[in-house]
Unconditional design. Structure first.
Length: 215
């Protein structure tokens, strides 16, 4: 037994870091450069690709996970969520999901079909030939007929079991009670033996969502 370590456990632990501090280590410099010069979405995409790659060595993925835990980026709650086999019902899109498959693009709600409304403006060279606009009742927004929807999705974000996280309306985002779906049963979270397969990644929308709600 090493008596020095027993007497001075803290000093011993610090020895591991005594040769390079976080601020001046070459690794920290490389990572800082990487983070400052990679767009968040690109980094996210690259990490997902690497983690899901069938060519990845399990040991490398383990090491990456342990490193992220050690620097405090991954917390226990994330690990628990990734292992959670409870099937939940989303009170926004009314699909069932596992928390491990939840994510910022998991819950997708389309806009209602727009209604053509008369603008009251006479057709001329400036206003366009129609004098009509598209009205999206779900968003209460009016847009030019040739400019598409106000956003790619009415909602794009995480599934949720918490109704207060949802912005309900009278058209395309209804409560479970209004829809008379499975979610209106008190036990929204049902544990089942069979775990559904991991979902494939949701397609990235061509335009960012106009609103994001986090459950
Ligand atoms: Zn909408
Ligand atoms: Zn959802
Ligand atoms: Zn529901």
């Amino acid at each position: 037994m090493n008596n020095a370590v027993m007497r001075h456990p803290v000093a011993s632990r610090e020895q591991n870091f005594s040769f390079s501090t976080v601020s001046n280590s070459a690794s920290a410099g490389t990572l800082t450069y990487l983070l400052n010069n990679t767009r968040p979405l690109d980094l996210h995409e690259q990490m997902l690709k690497a983690v899901r790659s069938p060519m990845a060595f399990p040991q490398d993925i383990d090491n990456l996970l342990h490193a992220l835990e050690k620097v405090g980026i991954i917390i226990g709650a994330a690990q628990a969520a990734a292992k959670d086999t409870r099937v939940r019902h989303c009170v926004r899109c009314h699909q069932t999901y596992l928390e491990r498959n939840n994510g910022f693009q998991a819950c997708q709600v389309a806009h209602d079909k727009p209604r053509l409304i008369k603008t009251g403006i006479q057709a001329n060279a400036n206003t366009g030939p129609s004098g009509f606009k598209n009205y999206y009742s779900c968003c209460n927004q009016t847009v030019d007929t040739d400019s598409g929807a106000p956003s790619h999705y009415h909602f794009l974000g995480r599934h949720t079991t918490v109704e207060t996280n949802v912005r309900y309306n009278s058209t395309n985002v209804a409560t479970c009670v209004m829809r008379k779906c499975a979610g209106q049963v008190a036990a929204r979270d049902v544990v089942i033996g069979q775990v559904p397969p991991v979902q494939s990644a949701a397609p990235i929308p061509s335009r960012p969502a106009s609103r994001m709600e986090v459950s």
